[in-house]
Design a protein around this ligand. Structure first.
Ligand SMILES: C[S@@+](CC[C@H](N)C(=O)[O-])C[C@H]1O[C@@H](n2cnc3c(N)ncnc32)[C@H](O)[C@@H]1O
Length: 386
């Protein structure tokens, strides 16, 4: 029996006794290879326990899932022909396989861990668990996936973001389903990543929807309309225009994600005036309030530091937006878009129109006045235009 086969036996034992955490395969025989490393972890796919291999290339990750027998022969081939090293991590020990590049001498070293690692429950492969299929025409056309339908390494974050976004909308729609389809307006739709993702997701759930993306930039509008046409997304269209000028008639859900500075306020105001059932925005670049902040109290100690002033401006701007939404009968929540990424661009404000809102208009206007007074702010743009 070769040392590689011994190592594979150890993998099988770890897999069967459920102490397996992961394997990393590295140290290439051909240093200029396009492939760099391989990472392997256990997954359940359609109730089959499998091993998921992530092949890390210079510029992309490719995932392949194998049942144990196939995984064994793949690892054997990888260690015989492409790599010198592999490490198997288990909950009780780490097992290292190495082959000397010059002498071809192989060895296996086993190091027991001082403390047993508590095994996380083996979940379905995250990639597979995502709501959006990676094989869509639009994901390729937008450059998120490769021609083979793999998410490009540089676009992993965007892919995660759009999935998280549709997950949030899914949660909202579970709470408040729209019986006969509904109209969505996406203000400042940009390259359309999130607009396409939402349309695709709602279609996959057989929800009849019309989405209109409003965007200033003509070239983006044209490109997005071309991709919508190629994708036969008949209910999705993009319109060149400004948020301030667009005329909204029937709108159930108004979305504005990362519409710059006061464009978010313009979008919220349009949504309130159109009596949209939902107003969802992810604000960005909070400049309008920042220039005005000039407290004459202990808050000066905070706002004298540029970075803290910036954070204060973000918080006050979005707090006042939430108070204005509430004042107009929207039950409002403010939360992180993607939990582990705590940046101002990651805050989502979700307002749901409610017949039963018990928040008085005047109460909230008083709260806004008190906040403005505290920070020496003269005008919040949304308050002025609404
Ligand atoms: C940062 S991008 C965000 C795009 C997209 N919503 C997203 O989150 O991926 C902001 C987009 O809003 C557009 N935009 C900014 N102000 C606008 C306005 N007043 N009317 C229409 N579009 C606007 C910009 O051209 C840009 O494409």
């Amino acid at each position: 029996m070769t040392k590689i086969e011994d190592f594979i036996d150890l993998i099988n034992a770890a897999f069967k006794t459920q102490v397996f955490i992961k394997i990393t395969i590295g140290n290439l025989r051909e240093k200029k290879s396009y492939l760099k490393n391989i990472f392997i972890k256990p997954v359940f796919i359609k109730e089959n326990a499998m091993l998921s291999f992530v092949y890390r290339y210079q510029d992309k990750d490719v995932t392949k899932n194998f049942l144990l027998d196939e995984a064994n022969s793949t690892i054997k081939n990888l260690l015989s022909s492409f790599f010198y090293n592999a490490e198997l991590y288990t909950t009780t020990e780490n097992i290292y396989y190495t082959q000397d590049a010059k002498t071809s001498k192989e060895k296996i070293v086993i190091k027991s861990l001082e403390k047993t690692i508590v095994q996380k429950e083996i979940t379905h492969d995250k990639q597979k668990q995502r709501l959006l299929s990676t094989n869509s025409i639009y994901l390729k056309a937008l450059g998120i996936t490769s021609a083979e339908g793999n998410v490009k390494a540089a676009m992993q974050h965007k892919y995660k973001q759009i999935n998280k976004y549709v997950e949030i909308i899914d949660g909202i729609l579970k709470e408040t389903p729209f019986a006969n389809g509904f109209n969505v307006v996406d203000m400042g739709s940009g390259k359309g990543y999130l607009t396409f993702a939402l349309y695709d997701f709602l279609q996959s759930k057989k929800i009849a929807v019309k989405i209109n993306g409003i965007e200033l930039r003509e070239e983006l509008v044209k490109k997005c309309n071309d991709i919508a046409h190629q994708s036969t997304f008949d209910g999705l269209q993009f319109t060149q225009g400004s948020i301030q000028d667009v005329e909204l008639t029937a709108v159930d859900m108004l979305i504005a994600l990362h519409a710059c500075d006061t464009a978010t306020d313009d979008a919220i105001a349009k949504g309130i005036k159109a009596n949209a059932s939902f107003i969802i925005c992810a604000p960005c670049c909070h400049k309008q309030i920042r220039k005005q902040i000039s407290p004459t109290n202990a808050l000066q100690n905070i706002t004298k530091h540029g970075i803290l002033l910036e954070r204060q401006a973000e918080m006050i701007t979005d707090t006042i937006r939430a108070l204005i939404l509430e004042a107009h009968g929207y039950k409002t929540k403010v939360f992180d878009f993607i939990e582990e990424e705590n940046t101002p661009k990651n805050v989502l404000i979700v307002g749901r129109k409610s017949k039963f809102s018990d928040i008085g208009f005047n109460d909230n206007m008083e709260k806004i006045a008190a906040l403005k007074n505290l920070f020496g702010i003269k005008e919040h743009y949304l308050e002025t235009i609404i």
